[in-house]
Design a protein around this ligand. Sequence first.
Ligand SMILES: C[C@@H](O)[C@H](NC(=O)OP(=O)(O)OC[C@H]1O[C@@H](n2cnc3c(N)ncnc32)[C@H](O)[C@@H]1O)C(=O)O
Ligand SMILES: [Fe+2]
Length: 526
Amino acid sequence: MPETGHILGIEGTAWNLSAAVFSDDRIIALHSSPYRPPSGGIHPREAAQHHAGEMKAVISEVLTNPSAIKAVAFSQGPGLGPCLRTVATAARAIAVSLGVPLIGVNHCVAHVEIGRWACGCDDPIVLYASGANTQVLGYLGTRYRIFGETLDIGLGNGLDKFARAKGMTHPGGPQIEALAREGDPIHLPYTVKGMDLAFSGIVSAAQDAQAPLEDVCAGLQETAFSMCVEVTERALAHSGKDEVLLVGGVGANGRLQEMLRTMCEERGATFHVPERRFIGDNGAMIAYTGSLMLAAGQTLPVAESAVNPGYRSDEVVVGWRDAGADTAYALADVMGGGGARGAEAVVTPVGDDVLKRRLPKGYRTPSLDHRLISERTRAEARMISTARAAGVRTPMIRDVTADTIRMERIEGALLKHVLTPEHLYDAGMCVGRLHGAGIIHGDLTTSNVIISDGVPVFIDFGLSYRSDETESKGVDIHVLFQTLESTSCNAEYLKEEFVHGYCLAFSGATDVIERVDEIRQRGRYL
Ligand SMILES: C[C@@H](O)[C@H](NC(=O)OP(=O)(O)OC[C@H]1O[C@@H](n2cnc3c(N)ncnc32)[C@H](O)[C@@H]1O)C(=O)O
Ligand SMILES: [Fe+2]
Protein backbone atom coordinates (compact mmCIF):
# COMPACT_ATOMS: atom_id res chain seq x y z
CA MET A 1 0.00 0.00 0.00
CA PRO A 2 1.27 3.52 -0.76
CA GLU A 3 2.96 5.53 1.97
CA THR A 4 0.35 7.90 3.42
CA GLY A 5 1.91 9.09 6.66
CA HIS A 6 0.05 9.23 9.97
CA ILE A 7 -3.74 9.38 9.82
CA LEU A 8 -5.76 10.33 12.89
CA GLY A 9 -9.16 8.62 13.04
CA ILE A 10 -12.01 9.51 15.41
CA GLU A 11 -15.04 7.29 16.01
CA GLY A 12 -18.02 8.27 18.12
CA THR A 13 -21.25 7.35 16.31
CA ALA A 14 -22.84 5.87 19.43
CA TRP A 15 -21.43 4.21 22.57
CA ASN A 16 -17.69 4.38 22.02
CA LEU A 17 -15.56 7.48 21.71
CA SER A 18 -12.36 6.13 20.27
CA ALA A 19 -9.34 7.55 18.46
CA ALA A 20 -6.44 5.93 16.68
CA VAL A 21 -3.44 6.72 14.54
CA PHE A 22 -2.67 4.54 11.54
CA SER A 23 0.58 4.59 9.62
CA ASP A 24 2.59 2.28 7.38
CA ASP A 25 0.13 -0.59 7.59
CA ARG A 26 0.06 -0.43 11.38
CA ILE A 27 -2.19 0.86 14.11
CA ILE A 28 0.33 2.86 16.10
CA ALA A 29 -2.07 4.12 18.79
CA LEU A 30 -5.64 3.30 19.84
CA HIS A 31 -7.54 4.65 22.82
CA SER A 32 -11.24 4.48 23.73
CA SER A 33 -13.65 5.81 26.29
CA PRO A 34 -16.89 3.83 26.20
CA TYR A 35 -20.13 5.43 27.36
CA ARG A 36 -22.01 3.18 29.74
CA PRO A 37 -25.54 4.36 30.45
CA PRO A 38 -26.29 4.17 34.19
CA SER A 39 -29.70 2.71 33.31
CA GLY A 40 -31.72 2.02 30.17
CA GLY A 41 -30.28 2.19 26.69
CA ILE A 42 -28.08 4.76 24.97
CA HIS A 43 -29.48 8.31 25.23
CA PRO A 44 -28.12 10.22 22.20
CA ARG A 45 -27.61 13.53 24.01
CA GLU A 46 -26.04 11.98 27.09
CA ALA A 47 -23.72 9.92 24.91
CA ALA A 48 -22.74 13.10 23.03
CA GLN A 49 -22.05 14.88 26.34
CA HIS A 50 -19.88 11.96 27.37
CA HIS A 51 -17.96 12.20 24.08
CA ALA A 52 -17.50 15.97 24.45
CA GLY A 53 -16.23 15.54 28.01
CA GLU A 54 -13.77 12.79 27.05
CA MET A 55 -12.64 14.19 23.69
CA LYS A 56 -9.50 15.97 24.90
CA ALA A 57 -8.28 13.00 26.94
CA VAL A 58 -8.93 10.43 24.21
CA ILE A 59 -7.33 12.49 21.44
CA SER A 60 -4.27 13.50 23.46
CA GLU A 61 -3.64 9.86 24.31
CA VAL A 62 -3.10 9.00 20.63
CA LEU A 63 -1.92 12.36 19.28
CA THR A 64 1.62 12.20 20.62
CA ASN A 65 3.20 13.57 17.45
CA PRO A 66 0.78 16.09 15.88
CA SER A 67 3.21 17.32 13.26
CA ALA A 68 3.33 13.83 11.68
CA ILE A 69 -0.44 13.79 11.03
CA LYS A 70 -1.27 13.97 7.32
CA ALA A 71 -5.08 13.87 7.57
CA VAL A 72 -7.93 13.68 10.09
CA ALA A 73 -10.64 11.08 9.44
CA PHE A 74 -13.93 10.95 11.32
CA SER A 75 -17.13 8.89 11.29
CA GLN A 76 -19.48 11.01 9.20
CA GLY A 77 -22.40 8.61 9.59
CA PRO A 78 -24.53 6.64 10.08
CA GLY A 79 -25.08 7.11 13.78
CA LEU A 80 -26.73 9.21 16.46
CA GLY A 81 -26.96 12.86 15.34
CA PRO A 82 -25.68 14.55 18.53
CA CYS A 83 -22.75 12.10 18.79
CA LEU A 84 -21.81 12.53 15.13
CA ARG A 85 -21.86 16.32 15.45
CA THR A 86 -19.64 16.28 18.52
CA VAL A 87 -17.04 14.14 16.77
CA ALA A 88 -17.22 16.10 13.50
CA THR A 89 -16.69 19.40 15.33
CA ALA A 90 -13.56 18.05 17.00
CA ALA A 91 -12.25 16.56 13.74
CA ARG A 92 -12.73 19.84 11.84
CA ALA A 93 -10.98 21.84 14.55
CA ILE A 94 -7.98 19.50 14.59
CA ALA A 95 -7.72 19.33 10.80
CA VAL A 96 -7.88 23.11 10.45
CA SER A 97 -5.36 23.73 13.22
CA LEU A 98 -2.91 21.20 11.78
CA GLY A 99 -3.54 22.43 8.23
CA VAL A 100 -4.29 18.91 6.92
CA PRO A 101 -7.23 17.48 4.92
CA LEU A 102 -10.40 16.18 6.49
CA ILE A 103 -11.84 12.77 5.54
CA GLY A 104 -15.47 11.78 6.11
CA VAL A 105 -15.65 8.03 6.63
CA ASN A 106 -18.76 5.89 6.34
CA HIS A 107 -18.90 3.93 9.60
CA CYS A 108 -20.29 0.72 8.01
CA VAL A 109 -17.66 0.67 5.27
CA ALA A 110 -15.01 1.23 7.95
CA HIS A 111 -16.20 -1.88 9.84
CA VAL A 112 -15.71 -3.83 6.60
CA GLU A 113 -12.33 -2.35 5.70
CA ILE A 114 -10.72 -2.92 9.09
CA GLY A 115 -12.03 -6.49 8.96
CA ARG A 116 -10.48 -7.12 5.53
CA TRP A 117 -7.23 -5.60 6.72
CA ALA A 118 -7.08 -7.43 10.06
CA CYS A 119 -7.99 -10.82 8.54
CA GLY A 120 -6.13 -10.49 5.27
CA CYS A 121 -9.16 -11.51 3.25
CA ASP A 122 -9.69 -10.06 -0.19
CA ASP A 123 -13.22 -10.03 -1.54
CA PRO A 124 -15.58 -11.41 1.10
CA ILE A 125 -19.30 -11.52 1.57
CA VAL A 126 -19.64 -9.54 4.77
CA LEU A 127 -22.10 -10.09 7.58
CA TYR A 128 -22.13 -6.75 9.39
CA ALA A 129 -24.16 -7.23 12.55
CA SER A 130 -24.04 -4.37 15.01
CA GLY A 131 -26.29 -2.39 17.29
CA ALA A 132 -27.99 -0.24 14.70
CA ASN A 133 -27.27 -2.18 11.51
CA THR A 134 -27.53 -5.68 10.15
CA GLN A 135 -26.47 -6.01 6.53
CA VAL A 136 -25.02 -8.56 4.16
CA LEU A 137 -22.60 -6.78 1.86
CA GLY A 138 -20.51 -7.72 -1.14
CA TYR A 139 -18.27 -5.58 -3.32
CA LEU A 140 -19.41 -5.10 -6.88
CA GLY A 141 -18.30 -2.48 -9.36
CA THR A 142 -17.24 0.45 -7.23
CA ARG A 143 -19.57 -0.01 -4.27
CA TYR A 144 -20.41 -2.27 -1.38
CA ARG A 145 -23.70 -3.63 -2.54
CA ILE A 146 -26.30 -4.47 0.08
CA PHE A 147 -27.53 -7.98 -0.69
CA GLY A 148 -29.86 -7.98 2.26
CA GLU A 149 -30.46 -6.10 5.48
CA THR A 150 -32.78 -5.71 8.39
CA LEU A 151 -36.14 -4.22 7.52
CA ASP A 152 -36.70 -2.98 11.07
CA ILE A 153 -34.14 -2.88 13.90
CA GLY A 154 -30.47 -3.85 14.06
CA LEU A 155 -29.75 -7.22 15.67
CA GLY A 156 -27.67 -5.74 18.51
CA ASN A 157 -30.37 -3.22 19.41
CA GLY A 158 -32.89 -6.07 19.39
CA LEU A 159 -30.76 -8.12 21.78
CA ASP A 160 -30.17 -5.09 24.01
CA LYS A 161 -33.88 -4.26 24.06
CA PHE A 162 -34.79 -7.79 25.11
CA ALA A 163 -32.06 -7.74 27.77
CA ARG A 164 -33.34 -4.44 29.20
CA ALA A 165 -36.87 -5.82 29.38
CA LYS A 166 -35.45 -8.67 31.47
CA GLY A 167 -33.67 -6.29 33.83
CA MET A 168 -30.13 -6.63 32.46
CA THR A 169 -27.78 -3.66 32.05
CA HIS A 170 -26.64 -2.24 28.70
CA PRO A 171 -25.23 -3.74 26.52
CA GLY A 172 -27.22 -6.93 26.81
CA GLY A 173 -25.60 -8.90 23.97
CA PRO A 174 -22.75 -10.45 26.00
CA GLN A 175 -25.08 -11.33 28.91
CA ILE A 176 -27.53 -13.04 26.58
CA GLU A 177 -24.63 -15.02 25.15
CA ALA A 178 -23.61 -16.23 28.61
CA LEU A 179 -27.19 -17.20 29.58
CA ALA A 180 -27.81 -18.92 26.23
CA ARG A 181 -24.94 -21.33 26.90
CA GLU A 182 -26.99 -22.81 29.75
CA GLY A 183 -30.30 -23.01 27.86
CA ASP A 184 -32.31 -25.19 25.51
CA PRO A 185 -33.57 -23.04 22.62
CA ILE A 186 -37.30 -22.38 22.47
CA HIS A 187 -39.11 -21.83 19.16
CA LEU A 188 -39.47 -18.24 18.04
CA PRO A 189 -40.71 -16.69 14.78
CA TYR A 190 -38.19 -16.90 11.94
CA THR A 191 -38.36 -14.00 9.49
CA VAL A 192 -36.36 -13.97 6.28
CA LYS A 193 -37.83 -12.15 3.27
CA GLY A 194 -35.74 -12.79 0.22
CA MET A 195 -32.35 -11.62 1.44
CA ASP A 196 -33.81 -9.26 4.01
CA LEU A 197 -34.38 -9.86 7.70
CA ALA A 198 -36.65 -8.59 10.46
CA PHE A 199 -36.00 -8.80 14.19
CA SER A 200 -38.69 -6.88 16.04
CA GLY A 201 -41.23 -9.73 15.91
CA ILE A 202 -38.82 -12.25 17.32
CA VAL A 203 -37.73 -9.83 20.07
CA SER A 204 -41.33 -9.19 21.17
CA ALA A 205 -42.10 -12.91 21.11
CA ALA A 206 -39.00 -13.56 23.23
CA GLN A 207 -40.06 -10.89 25.72
CA ASP A 208 -43.47 -12.52 26.09
CA ALA A 209 -42.24 -16.12 26.19
CA GLN A 210 -43.11 -18.09 29.32
CA ALA A 211 -39.94 -20.14 29.68
CA PRO A 212 -36.73 -20.05 31.73
CA LEU A 213 -34.61 -17.04 30.75
CA GLU A 214 -31.70 -19.25 29.63
CA ASP A 215 -33.98 -21.11 27.20
CA VAL A 216 -35.40 -17.88 25.79
CA CYS A 217 -31.89 -16.46 25.31
CA ALA A 218 -30.83 -19.65 23.53
CA GLY A 219 -33.93 -19.50 21.30
CA LEU A 220 -33.34 -15.84 20.52
CA GLN A 221 -29.72 -16.46 19.51
CA GLU A 222 -30.38 -19.65 17.54
CA THR A 223 -33.25 -18.13 15.58
CA ALA A 224 -31.83 -14.67 14.91
CA PHE A 225 -28.35 -15.96 14.09
CA SER A 226 -29.70 -18.70 11.79
CA MET A 227 -31.53 -15.98 9.86
CA CYS A 228 -28.29 -14.02 9.45
CA VAL A 229 -26.29 -17.09 8.42
CA GLU A 230 -28.92 -18.14 5.91
CA VAL A 231 -28.88 -14.78 4.16
CA THR A 232 -25.08 -14.74 4.20
CA GLU A 233 -25.01 -18.17 2.59
CA ARG A 234 -27.47 -17.08 -0.07
CA ALA A 235 -25.31 -14.06 -0.92
CA LEU A 236 -22.29 -16.36 -1.10
CA ALA A 237 -24.03 -18.75 -3.48
CA HIS A 238 -25.37 -15.98 -5.69
CA SER A 239 -22.15 -14.01 -5.91
CA GLY A 240 -19.80 -16.95 -6.37
CA LYS A 241 -17.44 -15.46 -3.77
CA ASP A 242 -15.60 -17.80 -1.42
CA GLU A 243 -14.80 -15.76 1.69
CA VAL A 244 -17.04 -14.68 4.56
CA LEU A 245 -16.14 -11.86 6.93
CA LEU A 246 -18.00 -11.14 10.17
CA VAL A 247 -17.87 -7.58 11.57
CA GLY A 248 -19.88 -5.32 13.91
CA GLY A 249 -20.36 -5.61 17.67
CA VAL A 250 -22.59 -8.71 17.56
CA GLY A 251 -19.73 -10.40 15.71
CA ALA A 252 -18.06 -10.83 19.09
CA ASN A 253 -20.60 -13.55 19.85
CA GLY A 254 -18.97 -16.99 19.94
CA ARG A 255 -22.10 -18.84 18.85
CA LEU A 256 -22.60 -16.61 15.80
CA GLN A 257 -18.96 -17.15 14.85
CA GLU A 258 -19.34 -20.90 15.25
CA MET A 259 -22.46 -21.01 13.07
CA LEU A 260 -20.85 -19.00 10.27
CA ARG A 261 -17.73 -21.13 10.46
CA THR A 262 -19.84 -24.29 10.08
CA MET A 263 -21.73 -22.86 7.12
CA CYS A 264 -18.44 -21.90 5.45
CA GLU A 265 -16.95 -25.34 6.03
CA GLU A 266 -20.02 -26.99 4.48
CA ARG A 267 -19.72 -24.76 1.40
CA GLY A 268 -15.94 -24.80 1.05
CA ALA A 269 -15.61 -21.09 1.82
CA THR A 270 -13.18 -19.50 4.26
CA PHE A 271 -14.41 -17.75 7.39
CA HIS A 272 -12.82 -14.63 8.85
CA VAL A 273 -13.45 -12.62 11.98
CA PRO A 274 -11.07 -9.90 13.20
CA GLU A 275 -9.63 -9.80 16.71
CA ARG A 276 -12.00 -8.49 19.38
CA ARG A 277 -10.80 -4.86 19.45
CA PHE A 278 -11.55 -4.45 15.72
CA ILE A 279 -15.01 -6.08 15.75
CA GLY A 280 -17.11 -3.43 17.53
CA ASP A 281 -16.83 0.34 17.16
CA ASN A 282 -13.23 1.55 17.36
CA GLY A 283 -11.08 4.45 16.16
CA ALA A 284 -8.70 2.17 14.27
CA MET A 285 -11.34 1.38 11.64
CA ILE A 286 -11.77 5.09 10.93
CA ALA A 287 -8.02 5.83 10.85
CA TYR A 288 -7.34 2.87 8.55
CA THR A 289 -10.24 3.60 6.15
CA GLY A 290 -9.15 7.25 6.24
CA SER A 291 -5.73 6.20 5.01
CA LEU A 292 -7.28 4.28 2.11
CA MET A 293 -9.45 7.26 1.22
CA LEU A 294 -6.56 9.72 1.43
CA ALA A 295 -4.52 7.58 -0.95
CA ALA A 296 -7.52 7.58 -3.32
CA GLY A 297 -7.86 11.36 -3.05
CA GLN A 298 -11.24 11.15 -1.30
CA THR A 299 -10.88 14.11 1.06
CA LEU A 300 -13.65 16.42 2.18
CA PRO A 301 -13.81 20.23 2.07
CA VAL A 302 -14.76 21.55 5.53
CA ALA A 303 -17.76 23.30 3.98
CA GLU A 304 -19.12 19.93 2.87
CA SER A 305 -18.38 18.05 6.06
CA ALA A 306 -21.88 18.01 7.54
CA VAL A 307 -22.68 14.73 9.30
CA ASN A 308 -25.08 12.24 7.74
CA PRO A 309 -27.00 10.18 10.35
CA GLY A 310 -28.61 8.10 7.58
CA TYR A 311 -25.43 7.53 5.52
CA ARG A 312 -25.80 4.16 3.78
CA SER A 313 -22.98 1.77 2.97
CA ASP A 314 -23.93 1.60 -0.70
CA GLU A 315 -23.72 5.37 -1.16
CA VAL A 316 -19.94 5.31 -0.86
CA VAL A 317 -17.96 5.25 -4.08
CA VAL A 318 -15.05 3.01 -3.20
CA GLY A 319 -12.12 4.65 -4.94
CA TRP A 320 -9.50 2.48 -3.25
CA ARG A 321 -10.48 -0.93 -4.63
CA ASP A 322 -10.25 -2.20 -8.20
CA ALA A 323 -13.57 -2.00 -9.96
CA GLY A 324 -13.15 -5.62 -11.02
CA ALA A 325 -12.36 -6.90 -14.48
CA ASP A 326 -15.89 -6.95 -15.82
CA THR A 327 -18.58 -5.41 -13.71
CA ALA A 328 -21.44 -6.36 -15.99
CA TYR A 329 -20.38 -9.95 -15.93
CA ALA A 330 -20.08 -9.97 -12.17
CA LEU A 331 -23.50 -8.41 -11.81
CA ALA A 332 -24.97 -10.95 -14.20
CA ASP A 333 -23.59 -13.66 -11.97
CA VAL A 334 -25.00 -12.11 -8.88
CA MET A 335 -28.39 -11.55 -10.34
CA GLY A 336 -28.44 -14.79 -12.24
CA GLY A 337 -29.12 -16.74 -9.08
CA GLY A 338 -26.55 -19.20 -10.39
CA GLY A 339 -23.74 -21.03 -8.69
CA ALA A 340 -23.07 -24.73 -9.03
CA ARG A 341 -25.03 -25.44 -5.93
CA GLY A 342 -27.88 -23.30 -4.69
CA ALA A 343 -27.79 -22.00 -1.17
CA GLU A 344 -30.68 -24.16 -0.08
CA ALA A 345 -31.32 -27.08 -2.35
CA VAL A 346 -29.98 -29.48 -4.97
CA VAL A 347 -31.95 -30.29 -8.11
CA THR A 348 -31.43 -33.65 -9.85
CA PRO A 349 -33.18 -35.02 -12.95
CA VAL A 350 -35.11 -38.29 -12.58
CA GLY A 351 -36.78 -39.51 -15.78
CA ASP A 352 -39.26 -36.87 -16.94
CA ASP A 353 -39.14 -35.19 -13.56
CA VAL A 354 -36.67 -33.42 -11.29
CA LEU A 355 -36.17 -33.81 -7.58
CA LYS A 356 -35.56 -30.62 -5.63
CA ARG A 357 -34.22 -31.49 -2.21
CA ARG A 358 -33.54 -28.97 0.55
CA LEU A 359 -30.31 -29.69 2.34
CA PRO A 360 -29.90 -29.95 6.10
CA LYS A 361 -27.73 -27.21 7.53
CA GLY A 362 -25.20 -28.09 10.19
CA TYR A 363 -25.13 -24.56 11.59
CA ARG A 364 -28.68 -24.61 12.91
CA THR A 365 -30.17 -26.80 15.62
CA PRO A 366 -31.83 -29.99 14.32
CA SER A 367 -35.29 -28.89 15.41
CA LEU A 368 -35.06 -25.52 13.64
CA ASP A 369 -33.52 -27.27 10.63
CA HIS A 370 -36.42 -29.75 10.33
CA ARG A 371 -38.97 -27.06 10.88
CA LEU A 372 -37.61 -24.75 8.16
CA ILE A 373 -37.03 -27.49 5.59
CA SER A 374 -40.51 -28.93 5.91
CA GLU A 375 -42.30 -25.56 6.13
CA ARG A 376 -40.54 -24.25 3.04
CA THR A 377 -40.88 -27.39 1.00
CA ARG A 378 -44.62 -27.38 1.65
CA ALA A 379 -44.89 -23.62 1.00
CA GLU A 380 -42.98 -23.83 -2.28
CA ALA A 381 -45.10 -26.69 -3.53
CA ARG A 382 -48.23 -24.81 -2.55
CA MET A 383 -47.09 -21.54 -4.14
CA ILE A 384 -46.20 -23.28 -7.42
CA SER A 385 -49.77 -24.51 -7.55
CA THR A 386 -51.23 -21.16 -6.47
CA ALA A 387 -49.25 -19.45 -9.22
CA ARG A 388 -50.67 -21.89 -11.75
CA ALA A 389 -54.17 -21.18 -10.50
CA ALA A 390 -53.42 -17.48 -11.12
CA GLY A 391 -52.74 -18.31 -14.77
CA VAL A 392 -48.95 -18.62 -14.76
CA ARG A 393 -47.25 -21.73 -16.03
CA THR A 394 -45.19 -23.57 -13.43
CA PRO A 395 -43.97 -27.19 -13.21
CA MET A 396 -46.61 -29.74 -12.22
CA ILE A 397 -46.00 -31.05 -8.74
CA ARG A 398 -45.87 -34.86 -8.63
CA ASP A 399 -45.04 -35.49 -5.03
CA VAL A 400 -43.94 -33.69 -1.89
CA THR A 401 -42.13 -35.20 1.08
CA ALA A 402 -40.68 -33.50 4.14
CA ASP A 403 -37.66 -32.17 2.26
CA THR A 404 -38.18 -32.97 -1.43
CA ILE A 405 -40.46 -31.86 -4.24
CA ARG A 406 -40.77 -34.07 -7.26
CA MET A 407 -41.92 -31.96 -10.15
CA GLU A 408 -42.28 -31.93 -13.89
CA ARG A 409 -39.04 -31.32 -15.73
CA ILE A 410 -39.41 -28.28 -17.97
CA GLU A 411 -37.57 -28.47 -21.29
CA GLY A 412 -36.53 -25.23 -22.93
CA ALA A 413 -34.11 -22.34 -22.73
CA LEU A 414 -33.57 -20.06 -19.76
CA LEU A 415 -34.99 -16.60 -20.43
CA LYS A 416 -31.50 -15.16 -19.99
CA HIS A 417 -30.43 -17.02 -23.14
CA VAL A 418 -33.39 -15.91 -25.25
CA LEU A 419 -33.91 -12.27 -24.34
CA THR A 420 -36.44 -11.26 -26.99
CA PRO A 421 -39.04 -8.47 -26.66
CA GLU A 422 -41.85 -11.02 -27.16
CA HIS A 423 -40.70 -13.20 -24.28
CA LEU A 424 -40.31 -10.17 -22.03
CA TYR A 425 -43.83 -9.04 -22.91
CA ASP A 426 -45.16 -12.49 -22.04
CA ALA A 427 -43.12 -12.62 -18.83
CA GLY A 428 -44.56 -9.20 -17.91
CA MET A 429 -48.08 -10.56 -18.29
CA CYS A 430 -47.23 -13.52 -16.06
CA VAL A 431 -45.66 -11.38 -13.35
CA GLY A 432 -48.72 -9.12 -13.56
CA ARG A 433 -50.92 -12.14 -12.89
CA LEU A 434 -48.73 -13.22 -9.98
CA HIS A 435 -48.80 -9.78 -8.43
CA GLY A 436 -52.50 -9.44 -9.04
CA ALA A 437 -52.94 -12.59 -7.00
CA GLY A 438 -50.69 -11.23 -4.23
CA ILE A 439 -47.80 -13.58 -5.02
CA ILE A 440 -44.27 -12.17 -4.81
CA HIS A 441 -41.78 -14.43 -6.55
CA GLY A 442 -38.89 -13.20 -4.41
CA ASP A 443 -36.10 -14.16 -6.81
CA LEU A 444 -37.23 -12.87 -10.16
CA THR A 445 -34.18 -13.31 -12.33
CA THR A 446 -33.91 -14.37 -15.95
CA SER A 447 -32.51 -17.70 -14.71
CA ASN A 448 -35.77 -18.52 -12.98
CA VAL A 449 -37.89 -18.38 -16.12
CA ILE A 450 -37.72 -21.15 -18.73
CA ILE A 451 -39.10 -20.51 -22.20
CA SER A 452 -40.75 -23.79 -23.13
CA ASP A 453 -42.60 -24.08 -26.44
CA GLY A 454 -42.54 -20.31 -26.58
CA VAL A 455 -44.26 -19.91 -23.21
CA PRO A 456 -42.58 -18.63 -20.02
CA VAL A 457 -42.59 -21.16 -17.19
CA PHE A 458 -41.72 -19.82 -13.74
CA ILE A 459 -39.59 -21.89 -11.39
CA ASP A 460 -37.90 -21.61 -8.01
CA PHE A 461 -40.54 -20.27 -5.68
CA GLY A 462 -38.32 -20.98 -2.69
CA LEU A 463 -38.22 -17.32 -1.70
CA SER A 464 -41.76 -16.48 -2.68
CA TYR A 465 -44.26 -15.02 -0.26
CA ARG A 466 -47.66 -13.39 -0.23
CA SER A 467 -47.93 -9.64 -0.11
CA ASP A 468 -50.20 -6.95 -1.42
CA GLU A 469 -47.69 -4.20 -0.81
CA THR A 470 -46.50 -2.02 -3.68
CA GLU A 471 -42.98 -2.10 -2.21
CA SER A 472 -42.69 -5.90 -2.38
CA LYS A 473 -43.91 -5.91 -5.98
CA GLY A 474 -41.56 -3.06 -6.86
CA VAL A 475 -38.55 -4.88 -5.42
CA ASP A 476 -39.54 -8.03 -7.35
CA ILE A 477 -39.45 -6.13 -10.65
CA HIS A 478 -36.39 -4.09 -9.69
CA VAL A 479 -34.43 -7.33 -9.34
CA LEU A 480 -35.51 -8.41 -12.82
CA PHE A 481 -34.59 -5.04 -14.32
CA GLN A 482 -31.14 -5.19 -12.77
CA THR A 483 -30.58 -8.56 -14.41
CA LEU A 484 -31.66 -7.15 -17.76
CA GLU A 485 -29.48 -4.07 -17.47
CA SER A 486 -26.44 -6.11 -16.69
CA THR A 487 -26.90 -8.69 -19.42
CA SER A 488 -28.38 -6.90 -22.41
CA CYS A 489 -27.55 -3.83 -24.47
CA ASN A 490 -31.20 -3.70 -25.34
CA ALA A 491 -32.38 -3.43 -21.73
CA GLU A 492 -34.51 -0.31 -22.13
CA TYR A 493 -36.57 -1.83 -24.92
CA LEU A 494 -36.88 -5.17 -23.08
CA LYS A 495 -38.03 -3.38 -19.93
CA GLU A 496 -40.62 -1.44 -21.91
CA GLU A 497 -42.03 -4.64 -23.38
CA PHE A 498 -42.13 -6.21 -19.94
CA VAL A 499 -44.00 -3.19 -18.56
CA HIS A 500 -46.54 -3.35 -21.42
CA GLY A 501 -47.33 -6.94 -20.58
CA TYR A 502 -47.36 -6.23 -16.86
CA CYS A 503 -49.77 -3.30 -17.21
CA LEU A 504 -52.10 -5.32 -19.36
CA ALA A 505 -52.41 -8.10 -16.79
CA PHE A 506 -52.43 -6.16 -13.53
CA SER A 507 -54.62 -3.18 -12.66
CA GLY A 508 -52.25 -1.94 -9.92
CA ALA A 509 -49.30 -1.83 -12.30
CA THR A 510 -48.86 1.96 -12.52
CA ASP A 511 -48.13 2.37 -8.82
CA VAL A 512 -45.68 -0.52 -8.87
CA ILE A 513 -43.76 0.77 -11.89
CA GLU A 514 -43.51 4.20 -10.23
CA ARG A 515 -42.15 2.48 -7.14
CA VAL A 516 -39.55 0.63 -9.21
CA ASP A 517 -38.16 4.01 -10.31
CA GLU A 518 -38.16 5.22 -6.73
CA ILE A 519 -36.30 2.12 -5.54
CA ARG A 520 -33.67 2.62 -8.20
CA GLN A 521 -33.18 6.24 -7.21
CA ARG A 522 -32.83 5.25 -3.60
CA GLY A 523 -29.81 3.34 -4.79
CA ARG A 524 -30.58 0.98 -2.03
CA TYR A 525 -30.18 -2.22 -3.93
CA LEU A 526 -27.21 -1.23 -6.04
C1 LIG B 1 -23.79 3.27 13.69
C2 LIG B 1 -22.95 2.72 14.80
O1 LIG B 1 -23.06 3.54 15.92
C3 LIG B 1 -23.33 1.32 15.20
N1 LIG B 1 -22.36 0.80 16.09
C4 LIG B 1 -22.68 -0.10 17.03
O2 LIG B 1 -23.78 -0.54 17.14
O3 LIG B 1 -21.68 -0.55 17.87
P1 LIG B 1 -20.99 -1.96 17.72
O4 LIG B 1 -19.83 -1.92 18.62
O5 LIG B 1 -20.70 -2.28 16.28
O6 LIG B 1 -22.05 -3.00 18.24
C5 LIG B 1 -22.61 -2.93 19.54
C6 LIG B 1 -23.61 -4.05 19.71
O7 LIG B 1 -22.92 -5.30 19.81
C7 LIG B 1 -23.56 -6.11 20.77
N2 LIG B 1 -22.64 -7.10 21.30
C8 LIG B 1 -21.41 -6.94 21.84
N3 LIG B 1 -20.91 -8.12 22.27
C9 LIG B 1 -21.85 -9.07 21.98
C10 LIG B 1 -21.95 -10.48 22.16
N4 LIG B 1 -20.98 -11.17 22.74
N5 LIG B 1 -23.06 -11.10 21.75
C11 LIG B 1 -24.05 -10.41 21.14
N6 LIG B 1 -24.02 -9.09 20.95
C12 LIG B 1 -22.94 -8.42 21.36
C13 LIG B 1 -24.01 -5.12 21.82
O8 LIG B 1 -25.03 -5.69 22.62
C14 LIG B 1 -24.46 -3.95 20.97
O9 LIG B 1 -25.81 -4.10 20.62
C15 LIG B 1 -23.38 0.38 14.00
O10 LIG B 1 -22.32 -0.06 13.52
O11 LIG B 1 -24.49 0.06 13.58
FE1 LIG C 1 -20.57 0.06 14.56
